[in-house]
Design a protein around this ligand. Structure first.
Ligand SMILES: Cc1cc2nc3c(=O)[nH]c(=O)nc-3n(C[C@H](O)[C@H](O)[C@H](O)COP(=O)(O)OP(=O)(O)OC[C@H]3O[C@@H](n4cnc5c(N)ncnc54)[C@H](O)[C@@H]3O)c2cc1C
Length: 406
């Protein structure tokens, strides 16, 4: 079957590319999707609400080797992009942008309704198994069909959330073409630590400040709620730190958790006050007004103070040590939870391999968008913003080429 443009992958960047290519004049467009329906991952984003962008968003919000600045600039106003699809948005005080309905299905519907209007072909249950170029024409083959077009957008995502169709197997199509790929690793996922430390904390959710250390250097501090499971520390603040860990040397890293950052330098005074008001009680009881019990036990263990020790007996030195122990809960990094629990992928097609329109150098007509390109970020709507922007930039460039060549 012959088309102007084939889009491999009906996820965020593929759908953004489909509606944009049509708007720029591409006529026969086919979206080839392995899953029974397009956009499954979009429905899962932002806990079903789809945090579709961030205000503001700049190139500094992205890591990886691709120069995102010109792509973001060309894409421009994300609100206007969605209004053009009939979708209104709202932004919360933290800058996270959502569909006005606060429902991810509205985002997918906006794309699907426009694609229906555009008569864009949607082939689901269609896994592309091979990709090659012959005499300037690209052939994307599924088990049954050979789809051909002058232009292909590779929008098949990365390795994160394999249940939603993205197990990284599509990267083989690029490898077979000899396209270099930066090896993948999970981004935005829970961090593994010692089960012995974590087991007693299982089920706790504690607000605080968590800092990632690389040997003696603090890499980054995040504030938020840390969720403790039997083997991991989780929560958005930990997710954001996970992408900064070099997976070749986990043993160099640790997380330091401070559950009372707002008390700051007053902590010693707070402890003296508690010692006074609970003077007939044990050290564990003294701290129960401040922290959850399982955390208190770990703190006292670290400070080498017995939970049953009478708090009135604590010396000034012991109070000082206790204050340090409260604010520096130490969790060695033992690894990252797998792609099943990750929200995005580090690695992919490097920036040096892509031209300014995200076309693969040496492979005219082939473009790479979304998570398949070496771009990653923190939580907050940045990944989806990159997907819309990259899908837009590649499709606009293709639309213009089709227009110029008649
Ligand atoms: C649970 C969860 C929540 C998230 N929440 C947010 C959020 O709120 N905000 C945010 O910015 N980011 C969020 N993300 C990240 C964001 O969803 C992804 O970065 C983004 O969807 C990636 O889009 P993409 O176009 O690169 O690929 P994907 O959306 O992953 O789509 C790729 C598509 O290609 C298909 N495919 C794969 N191989 C083939 C093949 N061989 N042939 C045909 N089709 C193929 C897949 O089935 C899939 O549908 C979240 C991710 C997860 C997992």
């Amino acid at each position: 079957m012959r088309y102007d443009l084939l889009i491999i992958g009906g996820g965020a960047s593929g759908l953004a590319a489909a509606v944009t290519a049509k708007a720029f004049g591409a006529d026969r467009i086919a979206v080839l999707e392995k899953q029974p329906r397009v956009g499954k991952k979009i429905l899962a984003t932002g806990n079903g609400r789809c945090n579709l962008s961030h205000m503001p968003v700049t190139a500094d919000d992205f890591r990886g080797s691709v120069d995102t600045a010109p792509i973001l600039e060309r894409f421009g106003d994300v609100g206007a992009f969605f209004e053009n699809l009939g979708l209104y948005t709202r932004t919360d005080p933290a800058g996270r942008m959502y569909p006005y309905s606060m429902n991810a299905a509205s985002v997918l519907d906006a794309f699907r309704m426009r694609m229906r209007e555009d008569v864009t072909a949607e082939f689901c249950n269609t896994e592309i198994l091979s990709l090659r170029c012959e005499n300037g024409l690209w052939h994307a083959r599924s088990a049954e069909t050979d789809y051909t077009a002058r232009f292909v957008i590779f929008a098949a995502g990365g390795y994160a959330a394999p249940k939603l169709g993205t197990d990284g197997s599509a990267w083989k199509l690029l490898k077979k073409l000899g396209i270099p790929l930066i090896p993948p690793s999970p981004n935005l996922c829970p961090v593994l630590s010692d089960a012995k430390l974590l087991r007693p904390l299982k089920g706790l959710r504690v607000k605080g400040e968590v800092t990632l250390y690389d040997k003696d250097d603090a890499v980054r501090t995040e504030e938020g709620e840390v969720q403790f499971t039997e083997k991991t520390l989780s929560g958005i603040c930990v997710f954001n730190l996970s992408g900064l860990i070099d997976t070749e040397r986990f043993s160099d890293y640790f997380l330091l958790f401070d559950p009372v950052p707002d008390i700051g330098n007053d902590l010693e005074n707070v402890l003296y006050t508690l010692q006074g008001t609970r003077c007939g009680m044990t050290c564990e009881e003294m701290l129960t007004g401040l922290l959850p019990k399982p955390l208190i036990r770990l703190i006292l263990l670290n400070a080498r103070i017995s939970p049953d020790y009478p708090c009135a007996e604590l010396s000034g030195r012991e109070i000082r040590l206790l204050a340090v122990a409260v604010r520096s809960l130490h969790f060695p990094v033992r690894g990252l939870a797998g792609y099943e629990q990750a929200q995005s992928t580090r690695g992919g097609v490097p920036g040096t391999t892509l031209d300014a329109d995200l076309q693969v150098k040496g492979h005219p007509g082939l473009y790479v968008t979304g998570e398949a390109a070496d771009v990653h970020a923190y939580c907050g709507g940045y990944h989806l913003h990159w997907c819309w922007a990259s899908g837009y930039a590649a499709a606009a460039a293709i639309g213009k080429k089709l227009y110029l060549s008649g």
